[in-house]
Ligand binder design. Structure first.
Ligand SMILES: O=P(O)(O)OC[C@H]1O[C@H](OP(=O)(O)OP(=O)(O)O)[C@H](O)[C@@H]1O
Ligand SMILES: NC(=O)CC[C@H](N)C(=O)O
Ligand SMILES: [Mg+2]
Length: 489
């Protein structure tokens, strides 16, 4: 399967609007600002005047999917939802591109989902046994079939009952002829914000950067366990469950979200800057310049430079046209991908001791290559500073972090990693340092953050994933298994 060069894969972006004459175009602009969250495919569904839903979707970037003006012009209606996808479950084909659209006798339903359900496979098995026929093979669709099987009288009641049956991470937007619904999982793993346009219409989006782009005023974040209903009477918010505890994904702050977004009132750029600041306070190294790895680490690099009191220099350039490089996932081609993406500035790094700042190490491909590149460009020494703790555990709630076996930090000590990467020193931000830097101050474990990728403490049971979950081996276990393998030879 062809895959993108990126090793930390994005998740999905969702956007919805109710009662706006420019619903489809508004959704297009909102989705455009969420493009960083998913590049596999995109789609928009509108509610037409007769109450029926009409959609257009395709593979690739939003601008490719809507490259012909007619595609957007035919989506006439005053309410819409849209989606940009990076798949976490099911195949990567057109059948799983969202919004998913269903036609029933009592009305059409469309849904867009960011997150990953942890009980989708087992739920689907039960649903199929009782006669359900799925149109896709992604986890998202399970919710629709659950809704159809509930006995309650109203759609809202059936929806609430179904939301209590799905597990894992989800931010859902659901469009019917009567309303736009937004629902967030009981841990609030994924961000979701409500805004209001000048004409009074409500919009809902994965990130606040999408509210800004369509000219909406921020109203509030959707909270864990909430169901928001927006219709011609305005907006109402209820809870479909009271068993909630905030555990918003810390990787949103570290890497995924756009720097101009705010999640639970915390600006992403400033949080990254504080991560860098804290990282340098924990590791006060002696260098001449700080260089951030573009783009996602530039905020953290500014914080490192501030704390070390040395210049923050542009020692690396990112080719802005390389992000769509789909290649076969071999290590050699991955390295070629980094080469196409980043170049060193000899004029800046020659003869310098460099603090190189990146937000994370997944496989180590980027770091290994950049350290080599900076040294080739004349850097005297390269000290790699990572503005998050070592990534050791996979994510099951909606971001596609590789399997344990591919995570460098799950399989090697920090000193082993340093040697493999070829850096003069290697430093990570501590977990308490990360929590302090994000500064959510929420009354929940880790101040309301999910940090399972770093400490393996998942806030929920893993359901369908529990059996296959491979915890990283300790150093002793690694030695033991290597010995067993040798004996077997
Ligand atoms: O250790 P690795 O396997 O190389 O993965 C880590 C890198 O991946 C991410 O960047 P990415 O290249 O995905 O995108 P970015 O340009 O948005 O930072 C992350 O910011 C690190 O730089
Ligand atoms: N990255 C996501 O949020 C993906 C949503 C959904 N699980 C899908 O695979 O389509
Ligand atoms: Mg990067």
């Amino acid at each position: 399967m062809a895959t993108e060069v990126k090793s930390l894969n994005e998740e999905c972006g969702i956007f919805g609007v109710w009662n706006d004459p420019e619903a489809a175009k508004r959704t297009y602009f909102g989705l455009h600002s969420l493009q960083h969250r998913g590049q596999e495919g995109a789609g928009i569904v509108v509610r037409q005047e007769n109450g029926q839903l009409l959609g257009h979707k395709g593979m690739g970037l939003l601008a490719d999917v809507f490259s012909r003006p007619e595609a957007l012009d035919t989506l006439v209606g005053t309410s819409a939802i849209g989606h940009v996808r990076y798949g976490t479950a099911g195949s990567h084909g057109i059948e799983n591109i969202q919004p998913l659209l269903f036609h029933y006798l009592d009305g059409d339903v469309a849904m867009a989902h960011n997150g990953n359900l942890t009980n989708a496979v087992s739920s689907r098995r039960v649903l199929e046994k009782s006669g359900a026929t799925f149109q896709s093979n992604s986890d998202t669709e399970v919710l629709m079939h659950l809704i159809q099987r509930q006995k309650e009288a109203t759609f809202v009641e059936r929806l609430k009952a179904s939301l209590n049956q799905i597990k894992g991470g989800f931010a859902y937007l659901i469009l019917t002829k009567d309303a736009l619904y937004a629902a967030l999982d009981p841990n609030g793993f994924r961000p979701l914000s409500i805004g209001q346009l000048e004409n009074g219409s409500f919009v809902v989006a994965s990130e606040t950067c999408a509210l800004d782009v369509v000219g909406a005023r921020f109203v509030q974040d959707v909270k864990p366990g909430q169901l928001v209903q927006i219709d011609d009477n305005g907006m109402s918010i209820t809870n479909y469950t009271n068993q909630t505890q905030l555990a918003v994904c810390s990787m949103e702050y570290i890497y995924f979200a756009r720097p101009d977004s705010n999640i639970y009132g915390v600006n992403v750029h400033l949080a990254r800057q504080r991560m860098g600041y804290q990282l340098a306070k924990e590791n006060p190294i002696d260098v001449d310049i700080v260089v951030g790895v573009p783009n996602s680490s530039l905020s953290a690099a500014s914080g490192v430079a501030l704390a070390l009191n040395v210049p923050n220099e542009m020692g690396l350039i990112k080719n802005q046209y390389s992000s769509r490089t789909f290649i076969q996932p071999t290590q050699e081609l991955r390295e070629q991908g980094v080469k196409m993406k980043l170049s060193a500035l000899k004029a800046v790094v020659d003869g310098k001791n460099v603090a190189l700042v990146d937000d994370s190490i997944v496989r180590g491909t980027t770091s290994k290559y950049i350290v080599k590149m900076l040294k080739t460009a004349g850097a005297k020494s390269v000290h790699l500073m990572i503005s998050s703790p070592p990534l050791k555990y996979p994510c099951f709630y909606g971001i596609d972090i590789e399997h344990t076996r591919e995570l460098m930090a799950a399989n090697h000590s920090v000193e082993e990693m340093r040697a493999m990467i070829g850096a003069d020193s290697l430093h990570f931000l501590s977990l308490p340092g990360l929590i302090k830097a994000i500064d959510l101050k929420h009354n929940a474990p880790n101040e309301g953050l999910c940090v399972a990728y770093f400490d393996g403490n998942y806030p929920t049971p893993l359901y369908d994933y529990a059996a296959d979950f491979e915890a990283p081996k300790t150093a002793d276990e690694r030695v033991l298994s290597a010995t067993v393998e040798m004996e077997e030879v």
